[in-house]
Design a protein around this ligand. Structure first.
Ligand code: FPP
Length: 247
C-alpha cells in the first residue's frame, strides 16, 4: 500500500512523538547483542526523519534515552552514548542539507561530556533551519521535567517574582522544556507495548495514541506514513460530542 499518497498534507499532525521500542528484541531475534539492535535502530531514525521531511511535518520528538535507561548494564549505556555521538557527528551535514533543526529535551548535564559537546555543536549548526524540527529526548522523563518545572516556579514565588494565584496551565507550560514546541497530536510506540513510559505526560493530554507490533529497527518511513493515515481517519473530540464538531 502506498500510504504516502493517501496523506492529506494540509492536515498533518503538528507534532509526532515516538517511543522507539524493541531494539533489544530485534537483536535477539537475529542472534546478536543488544547494541546491534540499537545500531539498526539508527537506520529507522534516518528513514523516519527523511519521511517526515518529505511530507512537510514540522515537529518530531524521538525518545532516545530515558532517565530509567541509566539503570541498564553499563556496557549498553556506554555503547548507546557512543552511538549517539557518532550518529550526530555523521548526520549533521545531512540534517543541514535537509533543512532539519535539531533540539533536545532532558537532563543533558547528566550525559557524558563528549555527548553534550557533539549535541551542542549540532544544535548550533542547525539552528537556522526552517523545515522539520527533530527533538531528541535524552536522559528524559516526564516526571523529571515536571519536577524541574515545579522547582523553578517555587523559586520565582520565593523570590517574590510570582504570586501563587498567577499559576495556571499556560504558566506551567512555559516552565516545561517543550515550551517552544506544540503538543504532540500523535504518539507512536513500536514493539507491541501499550505503555507511555514516563514520556511527555503533560504534553500528550489530547494526543492520539498509535501502537504497532513492528520492532523499531523494522520501522520505516512507510510505517510512519501508515500511522499518519490512521491518525487522519480519527475524529478528535477534545471532550466535545461528535455532533458539536459537525456544527
Ligand atoms: C528501546 O529499545 C530503544 C532505546 C532505549 C534506545 C533508542 C536508541 C536508538 C534507536 C539509537 C540512537 C538514536 C538516535 C536518535 C541517534 P529496547 O532496547 O528497550 O528494546 P527491547 O524492549 O526489545 O529490549
Amino acid at each position: 500500500m502506498d500510504y504516502k499518497s493517501l496523506i492529506n498534507t494540509t492536515n498533518l499532525p503538528k507534532h509526532i512523538a515516538v517511543i522507539m521500542d524493541g531494539n533489544g528484541r530485534w537483536a535477539k531475534d537475529h542472534g546478536k547483542a543488544r547494541i546491534f539492535g540499537h545500531k539498526h535502530g539508527v537506520k529507522s531514525v534516518r528513514s523516519v526523519v527523511e519521511g517526515a521531511g518529505e511530507i512537510g511535518l514540522k515537529f518530531i520528538t524521538l525518545y532516545a534515552f530515558s532517565t530509567e535507561n541509566w539503570n541498564r548494564p553499563k556496557v549498553e549505556v556506554a555503547a548507546l552514548m557512543q552511538l549517539l555521538v557518532s550518529t550526530i557527528s555523521n548526520e549533521v551535514t545531512e540534517l543541514n542539507k535537509s533543512n532539519v533543526r535539531l533540539l533536545t529535551i532532558g537532563d543533558l548535564d547528566s550525559l557524558p561530556n563528549n555527548c553534550c559537546k557533539e549535541l551542542e555543536r549540532a544544535i548550533e549548526s542547525t539552528k537556522n533551519n526552517t523545515g522539520l524540527t527533530l527533538v531528541l529526548a535524552l536522559s528524559y522523563s516526564s516526571k523529571w521535567e515536571i519536577t524541574r518545572a515545579v522547582k523553578n516556579i517555587a523559586v520565582k514565588i520565593k523570590n517574590g517574582d510570582l504570586l501563587p494565584n498567577e499559576i495556571n496551565e499556560k504558566l506551567i507550560e512555559t516552565h516545561l522544556q517543550t515550551f517552544m514546541i506544540p503538543d504532540p497530536e500523535l504518539l507512536i510506540r513500536t514493539s507491541g507495548e501499550n505503555r507511555i513510559s514516563n514520556y511527555l505526560l503533560w504534553q500528550i493530554a489530547y494526543s492520539e495514541l498509535y501502537f504497532t507490533e513492528k520492532l523499531w529497527p523494522d520501522f520505516t518511513k512507510e510505517d510512519l506514513f501508515e500511522a499518519i493515515v490512521n491518525f487522519q481517519k480519527r475524529e478528535r473530540r477534545f471532550g466535545l460530542t461528535s455532533e458539536q464538531l459537525k456544527n
